[in-house]
Ligand binder design. Structure first.
Ligand code: PHE
Length: 453
């Protein structure tokens, strides 16, 4: 294991292996599983997309996640310092800053969407769900996001809660939160899934999700969508998993942890699909609606469903919890950076960075109202443009550079040891994947997404 430097004695740690696993899973399970997965699968051929997606997570997701965990644990440093530790003398040492940047930008606009989720939860909790029908569900949503004070208020409240949790620290904040919320999240999702089997649309919903439309396999777009979704959903290439790995003790079995997180994340997305599509089909609505699915189509579905207001409340509660656990992990990356590299205290770092990211998210929120005529990056509104630059461009770029460092700069023997793959019959294969397959795949995604834009 690599030697650790001075501040190791101050380095925080998870209290238990469970805490770590649930925190990593809490980071992975988020709006991406419920809101993004269902519409990306909807737009890309249902069951055939699913097969490509599963191939991608096994070929790319598991190996890279394992490498990120291993890098964090063996260096015991936050993500940017971890990369510095394995590439101290070359220009590669600055690469970690890109991950800190990407996670910050993603959090800035993720908090805006999370704010919408919190608002919808409050609507259903207060019993005003039925009022959404009066102006029409689409109009109600459009009018809400076009406002300024309310959306900014909910975005700010969500961030404030995130700041508070991160200020509490790794064990008392992140770990406790996930130990509490992740099992609850599982139970709520199961409840919704059981309810979903009672709907008329259950069979067509299932068919849509699982019946493959093989013709889509001819289009390169599907592979790109699957890889992009895998990166976003597992939360790779942003430094989160490196940072989480750095709070680990040597006793955790890393290959098993990586496999568990990826499989549970996928199971979660699939079950969410089992909740969403049958509901949509039961009421004859369109499943390929895109990002508005959760806020426009589903409220309409809930309004027509027996016990709909209760189901809606559970659904938005689940989505709020999933969003919160992801926001917490996204904020931890820049905060750990500020603590370990800039010497700030944890509460100070959480507050300053959280406030800064709130401000960075303000234009994304106002881009639906006041600044709706500001269109950037090829006619996108500000939030879409931030999502596009971060997820379609910076994320694959950072992923590519990261795999190059992990596969080529990090000595093979150290990598194998740190990941415990030196004891596995697949160790050789894993390192080959890291060296060749991942960079080639990521470079292809990056070039294609650049060409398409
Ligand atoms: N994985 C989260 C989701 O599915 C998003 C996320 C990405 C969270 C990266 C943390 C880090 O919504």
């Amino acid at each position: 294991m690599m030697a650790c430097t001075m501040s190791q004695e101050q380095q925080e740690h998870w209290k238990s292996g469970w805490g770590f696993l649930l925190a990593a899973l809490g980071s992975a399970v988020g709006l991406g599983n419920v809101w993004r997965f269902s519409y990306v699968a909807g737009e890309n051929g249902g069951g055939a997309f699913l097969l490509v997606y599963i191939a991608m997570i096994l070929a790319v997701g598991v190996p890279l996640l394992l490498a990120e965990f291993a890098l964090g644990r063996s260096t015991q440093r936050e993500s940017s310092s971890a990369i510095r530790a394995i590439a101290p003398a070359s220009a590669w040492r600055h690469l970690g800053l890109l991950g800190v940047l990407v996670s910050s930008v993603v959090l800035a606009y993720y908090a805006v969407i999370a704010g919408w989720v919190f608002k919808y939860l409050s609507i259903y909790l207060l019993g005003s769900g039925p009022d959404l029908a009066t102006p029409g569900f689409a109009t109600a949503f459009d009018t809400y996001v076009a406002g300024s004070a309310q959306p900014l208020l909910w975005q700010g409240l969500g961030l404030l809660l995130t700041i508070g949790l991160i200020a509490l620290g790794v064990e008392r904040g992140i770990e406790k939160l996930n130990l509490l919320l992740m099992p609850a999240l599982g139970v709520l999702l199961l409840l919704l899934a059981v309810h979903s089997t009672t709907l008329d649309g259950f069979a067509p919903g299932l068919a849509f999700l699982f019946q493959p439309d093989w013709s889509v396999l001819a289009s390169p777009k599907v592979y790109l969508a699957a890889l992009g979704q895998a990166f976003f959903s597992i939360g790779l290439g942003m430094g989160v998993m490196v940072t989480f790995g750095s709070y680990l003790m040597p006793t955790q079995r890393l290959p098993r942890a990586a496999l568990t997180v990826v499989l549970c994340d996928t199971l979660f997305a699939l079950t969410a699909g089992l909740v969403i599509f049958p509901a949509v089909f039961s009421f004859g609505l369109d499943p390929t609606q895109g990002p508005g699915l959760a806020f426009v189509v589903l409220p309409e579905v809930f309004a027509q469903m027996r016990w709909g207001m209760g189901v809606a409340t559970v659904f938005f509660l689940l989505l709020s919890m999933a969003a919160l656990t992801s926001m917490v992990s996204l904020l931890e990356v820049p905060v750990a950076f500020a603590i370990q590299r800039l010497g700030l205290s944890r509460p100070m770092a959480s507050m300053c960075i959280g406030a800064g990211l709130f401000l960075l998210g303000v234009p994304a929120s106002l881009g639906f109202g006041w600044w709706s005529d500001v269109l950037v990056a090829g006619g996108r509104n500000i939030l879409d443009a931030m999502d596009f630059v971060a997820v379609d461009f910076l994320l694959p770029l950072n992923g590519l550079l990261l795999t190059l460092v992990l596969g080529w700069v990090w000595p093979r023997k150290q990598a194998l040891q740190a990941s415990e793959m030196d004891r596995s019959p697949y160790g050789h294969l894993w390192h080959l994947a890291l060296r060749f397959m991942l960079p080639v795949l990521l470079a292809t995604v990056l070039v294609t997404s650049l060409l398409q834009s």
